[in-house]
Unconditional design. Structure first.
Length: 179
């Protein structure tokens, strides 16, 4: 197993690499991903409510970290060392993201999925993550835009305004669509 230390360059490049591999949600097609986007973003809102001092930028970092983790799940002989990139702020959002759709992190999701599918199969793993990756890439673009528009907490201001009243509780949710 080859270990690669994650640096800023890798963090910045993973989104474009995953876009090439999985594609992206095109404008106007967001409704096809409503359930997944809602679950991921509601987890981010719940997490931000618990940690209101963490800025929107931490979500971008968490998305990049999660994309890197997804990139190595197919057991391609590479292991990433995240020690230089994990910080308290992005770590809590990374957990929120992983709880929403990662059966290798969320045991409840893993148990539910492993009854019907083989999680060790490389193709199956790529199919499991196709929709979540597209959603993560879309959310990353949204976070970047709302930071530009509304400042450091812009994404959370936007989320609270758009869907905050629908989000209750602290428990993180999950969803996964099998095609």
């Amino acid at each position: 197993m080859k270990t690669i230390k994650v640096n800023n360059y890798k963090m910045e490049k993973i989104a474009s690499r995953m876009t090439k591999k999985f594609g992206k949600i095109k404008r106007g097609e967001e409704d096809n991903y409503t359930m997944e986007l809602f679950t991921i973003e509601s987890n981010l809102i719940k997490t931000h409510r618990r940690y209101p001092d963490y800025k929107s930028r931490r979500v971008i970092e968490a998305i990049n970290l999660f994309l890197l983790k997804i990139d190595v799940y197919p057991s391609n002989g590479i292991e990433y060392d995240f020690s230089g990139q994990l910080k308290d702020g992005n770590k809590v959002f990374l957990e929120a993201l992983q709880m929403s759709c990662d059966p290798f992190y969320n045991e409840e999701l893993k148990t539910a999925l492993s009854k019907d599918i083989d999680l060790e199969d490389r193709e199956t793993r790529e199919k499991i993550f196709e929709i979540p990756v597209k959603c993560l890439l879309r959310i990353k673009k949204s976070v970047e835009m709302w930071i530009r528009e509304l400042g450091n907490y812009g994404y959370f201001k936007f989320l609270e305004e758009q869907m905050g009243s629908e989000i209750e509780g602290k428990e993180l949710d999950y969803t996964i669509r099998l095609n």
